[in-house]
Design a protein around this ligand. Structure first.
Ligand SMILES: Nc1ncnc2c1ncn2[C@@H]1O[C@H](COP(=O)(O)OP(=O)(O)OP(=O)(O)O)[C@@H](O)[C@H]1O
Length: 261
């Protein structure tokens, strides 16, 4: 266990005064919110407001222009490389396209992080791969290539790979992008089921209202115009009670645009 990690900290993630830029281009500023352990936390907002950018900062791909992101009380960006790696090893990430390696079978894709980061032997890895595939409903698909299975199955296989190292936090960028509503709904159910059964915290970027309400118990709403968060909390609460009209309007597809209830 990392020396600086505080296991008693209820917040899996704390975002403090965060400012996100690409060069001089400001994307978001003054972001402040907490993700509690076990939350399914939704990053919401209209197209181009910076949802993916925020997620990329949260998984350490980009450094913030200002502010902090703390994991179990430890600031990621001021930590040494070794501590950053040990934090990253506790995360599972799935990107927008599923992003499996096309030249590898599903089993090889899922085994890859295990081979990279663990000293598990071959049999152990084979069993763990089979278990992860079973968790996402893909038992028996070990030897299939990504091109041989459907889009929805690819997403589920991507999820199995994200689960490879038994993560404490799972990050998803638009997990159901490109899926039909039924498959998207099934993927939502699976994400919720896996987070509940493993106790993992989930951080998810989506603008799908159905997903936001089906699985999110907490979240943050980003605005492209003011370039800051308009609200944070439970999406179902924000829908009726957010003090920001734009949030109520967005979450109700324009049906609740007047004063908060
Ligand atoms: N690598 C980059 N360099 C410069 N600008 C970028 C980069 N990536 C994204 N942007 C810009 O940052 C802004 C936010 O993009 P981002 O993809 O984070 O938004 P988003 O809310 O996830 O959008 P969407 O819902 O459409 O996927 C956009 O104006 C985008 O053009």
């Amino acid at each position: 266990m990392n020396s600086e990690v505080n296991p008693d900290c209820d917040n899996a993630i704390e975002v403090r005064d965060l400012r996100l830029q690409y060069g001089h281009k400001l994307i978001q500023k003054d972001l402040n919110f907490n993700v509690q352990k076990g939350d399914v936390f939704v990053i919401m907002g209209g197209s181009g407001c910076g949802k993916s950018t925020l997620l990329k900062h949260m998984i350490g791909l980009y450094s913030p222009a200002q502010g902090q992101i703390l994991y179990h009380g430890q600031d990621y960006f001021s930590a040494c490389e070794e501590d950053q790696l040990s934090m990253r090893m506790r995360w599972g990430v799935t990107y927008q396209g599923g992003a499996l390696f096309s030249a590898m079978t599903l089993a090889e894709n899922i085994a890859l992080p295990m081979q990279q980061y663990k000293d598990w032997d071959k049999d152990d890895i084979r069993d763990r791969v089979a278990y992860k595939l079973a968790l996402v409903g893909l038992s028996g698909y070990e030897d299939y290539y990504p091109s041989e299975i459907s889009g929805g199955m690819n997403k589920r296989a991507g999820l199995a790979r994200a689960l490879a190292l038994d993560p404490e936090i799972l990050f998803f960028d638009e997990p159901s992008a490109g899926l039909d509503p039924l498959s998207a709904g099934r993927l939502d159910d699976l994400i919720l089921e896996l987070s509940q059964s493993s106790g993992a915290t989930v951080v998810i970027v989506t603008h799908e209202l159905a997903s936001i309400f089906a699985i999110g118990n907490n979240g943050v709403f980003l605005d492209a115009q003011s370039r800051t968060q308009l609200d944070t909390g439970a999406p179902s609460y924000m829908l009726r009670h957010s003090k920001a009209p734009l949030v109520r309007e967005f979450l109700s597809r324009g049906e609740i645009a007047s004063n908060p209830a």
